[in-house]
Design a protein around this ligand. Sequence first.
Ligand code: UD1
Length: 366
Amino acid sequence: MAGKPLVVHVVGARPNYMKIAPLYAELGRRGLVEQKLVHTGQHYDREVNEVFFDELPLPQPHAMLSVGSGSHGEQTAAALVGLERFFGEWRPDLVVVPGDVNSTLAGALAAAKLQIPVCHLEAGLRSFDATMPEEHNRRLTDHLSSLLLTHSENADENLANEGIASDSIALVGNTMIDTLLANVERARELAAWNEYGLEAGAYVLVTLHRPRLVDDPTLIEQTVGALEEVATEIPVLFPVHPRTHKRLAALNGSGPTRMQVTPPLPYTRFVSLQAGAAAIVTDSGGIQEESTALGIRCFTLRDNTERPVTVTHGTNEILGLDPARIVEIPERLKHVRNSVLPPLWDGHAGPRAAAAIERLLGVAAA
Ligand code: UD1
């Protein structure tokens, strides 16, 4: 192999950036590989995209596609075509894809067909819910990958159950939590709750964006109604994802009035609000993990989770996709729930992931 091996990282949507940043930074520090970052443009609004590049240790992408919105087929296909072109030109020695969004699967498929090895960062998560588009992205990406970097033992078990060889799996921990821990002090100092007239430890933070919930007119209306009821007991703050924004606008008279609604927030400000909350209500995957790492109570509005370690070890409670249960939250908060940090969610997953990649590429220091 002439020169240093080239590692190309693929990102496309908001949760990808926090996962890839610690790995990109660490591989850069160690200096044994060349790196490039390619962005598919799946997320394109400044507030769910560029603001993250300003805050995280990520370079501006070396290549930018403009996949944008569309059906799953359109989005995945556009990313596949665009990524194949760059991979063909650059001939990377490894393609790294984080998470479970449509860009993740597109990157893995484009690389595998060009016989370029794939590394899946955050491998092995399973909700066992085939109605979630992300579940297909996870499963297929794992089976296209030569190196599977996992964040919990449970993920390793899922991969073993699907017949994936144990020598292609490395349990490295959670790089998203590396990013969180690197920023949490600054986030606490920011005390973003003050900007909304809130007191630390005395408000509920809400995020909702899953199609299963927000694209169902009855469910979203009932959920907003239940959150409005909670807001009579404890202030509720709701930063709204672009998908959800469109659905709330369609609610006419039954939209939020008691709770505070804001546009999506930059990373540090959102972490600040998580750290200061009494509880978080969410249907996001990443926020179940971040709240566990912060020790903040989390109520998940889904029937399942691909992140069971946040329930067995962390602060997460699966309320179910049942808006009626949201009103239980103030009462539940009166009862203490103990939690511990899952193993290897210690802020050092990036170096372990970098070492696993160097071993695969045969450049690891002796
Ligand atoms: C995507 C991911 C999801 C991830 C989420 C984080 C898939 C299948 N889904 O879902 O796993 O948790 O990102 O945010 O990859 N839109 C904008 N501006 C943008 C991006 C999207 O207005 O910058 C609008 C789109 O027009 C669309 C909606 O938001 O109507 C949804 O966007 P899309 O990328 O399809 O999926 P997400 O719900 O963001």
